[in-house]
Design a protein around this ligand. Sequence first.
Ligand SMILES: Nc1ncnc2c1ncn2[C@@H]1O[C@H](COP(=O)(O)OP(=O)(O)OP(=O)(O)O)[C@@H](O)[C@H]1O
Ligand code: SF4
Ligand SMILES: [Mg+2]
Length: 340
Amino acid sequence: MILPGTMPGPVERTEMKGCEFATRCPIAEGLCRTARPPLAEIAPGHWSACHWPERTGTVAVPKAADAAERIALGSAPVLRAKGLGKAYRQHDWLGRVREVQALRNLDFEIREGEFVGIVGESGSGKSSLTKMIVGLEDVTSGVLEVAGMDRATAPRAAFFDKVQLVFQDPQSALNPRRRIASLVTQALEGRAHALSKADQKALVTELLGKVMLPPDVAGRFPDQLSGGQKQRVNIARALCSNPRLLIADEIVSGLDVSVQAQILELLRALRREAGFSLLLVSHDLAVVRHVCDRTLVMCKGEIVEQGPVEEVFSNPLHPYTRELVAAAQGRGLMAAPRSC
Ligand SMILES: Nc1ncnc2c1ncn2[C@@H]1O[C@H](COP(=O)(O)OP(=O)(O)OP(=O)(O)O)[C@@H](O)[C@H]1O
Ligand code: SF4
Ligand SMILES: [Mg+2]
């Protein structure tokens, strides 16, 4: 995605008082530079952090009743973030250390069985968020709960048992010396109750079936599979421990277009089963539109808009989302890739 202007760095961002998008927003006014707009619910389930959502081009603010019909609320949250933030320590060229706020005040939930996308430009903080959820980075402020457990107080093993990461690069994620059967059940190694050989075989067949791979793949090595098949194995592996939440950061960006389409179709098929929730990060709005129920739009470490995918992409309320959608449309990127 190419938007006009450039993203301020995290240091400048930390010093900004008003809206993070003010230096690039075509409709910015004085208030935008002095007061940070709160994320406000404009219609049920559709939130925007802008002082004037009704001024976003010709876009109409949706009627509450219309939006409410499209949102399936009610199920329990699997993930809850409240005031969540991430500060990194960075060194400048003189060796001085300063703290930069990569994520600020994130408030959102992911409900059971819900597939939620995150879109935003490079550097907007998408990976920082996923890394905190899977435990690769510490939380520096706010609350992060998964399956009702607070990351700050819950036993680490119990918390991270509920979350699994699908690695971006299937090639480097799969040990070339292990067979697929042992790779997909790797998450169960070291557990107190080891599976019998027969149970493990049945589990491998079930997991490969979920990602639409034939059982004979179990005996092969990663090098004997195509890139798309490896990514399916990667997904099967993440599903092995029966997680409540799957985190997928750019998992189709390295695949060719027809393989991307197959993986997206697989994710859609898995969504119908709704055995887990998904947080899917992608630069490509079409990917999120194709697979997810709701989307978060991130700009410079903040969520500037969130709501049902169709609602947000066809009726963006925040100028930043509007620019992202226009940039994607201009490059023909809003249609989901098709497999040949
Ligand atoms: N370990 C780190 N130490 C210091 N700063 C970091 C660290 N990791 C990320 N950052 C900074 O935090 C900001 C957000 O980075 P992040 O990787 O989360 O962005 P992103 O949205 O995932 O970008 P991309 O789309 O390019 O993957 C960036 O300005 C980055 O330079
Ligand atoms: S996005 Fe809204 S609040 Fe931010 S600069 Fe533009 S008009 Fe102002
Ligand atoms: Mg990233």
